[in-house]
Design a protein around this ligand. Structure first.
Ligand code: FES
Ligand code: FES
Length: 173
């Protein structure tokens, strides 16, 4: 008999409940149980970063965490960053600076960079590249991603309304 455990998480500000096997990964909880397919799975080895989300304000590769370990947590996925009416600065940066091609890595890259900008609002190119370690992009060569993050930092520094959003996302909303 398969033993299941009930859990409750707040995802992008909405409380979600599920009953899952203890072995279920957080990435699969998000995608398969909660239908939040913006979080991607690109490897089996914790290397690609496509599955990156925020858990209680910390950047986490969701394939490295069991769903039951996230019980009671506040989680932010790419779906929680912004929408077409009001893009998050990181989304605006990617939009304006062409920071993606196929887009498979993009959700994880964006969440990782939100984490970076929360800790370091004005990162140098070297610091951005350092923070990109662990999120693999096979398309862009990273230069446009760096430009997108720099642009997002500039938008935040200009104090646009989305600054509030990035702070909230950093707290795991
Ligand atoms: S799917 Fe999590 S690091 Fe690749
Ligand atoms: S845009 Fe294709 S993997 Fe990054």
């Amino acid at each position: 008999m398969t033993i299941k455990k009930k859990l409750s998480v707040s995802v992008n500000g909405v409380v979600r409940q599920a009953e899952v096997e203890p072995r279920l990964l957080l990435a699969h909880l998000l995608r398969d149980e909660l239908d939040l397919t913006g979080t991607h799975i690109g490897c089996d080895t914790s290397q690609c970063g496509a599955c990156t989300v925020m858990v209680n304000g910390e950047v986490v590769k969701s394939c490295t965490m069991l769903a039951v370990q996230a019980d009671g947590s506040q989680i932010t996925t790419v779906e929680g960053l912004g929408d077409m009416q009001q893009l998050h600065p990181i989304q605006q940066g990617f939009w304006e600076k062409h920071g993606l091609q196929c887009g498979f890595c993009t959700p994880g890259v964006m969440i990782s960079m939100v984490g970076l900008l929360k800790e370091n609002p004005n990162p140098s190119e070297a610091e951005i590249r350092d923070a990109l370690e662990g999120v693999i992009c096979r398309c862009t060569g990273y230069q446009f991603i760096v430009s997108a993050v720099q642009h997002a930092a500039q938008l935040i520094a200009e104090g646009n309304q989305a600054k509030e959003t990035i702070s909230s996302a950093g707290e795991g909303r």
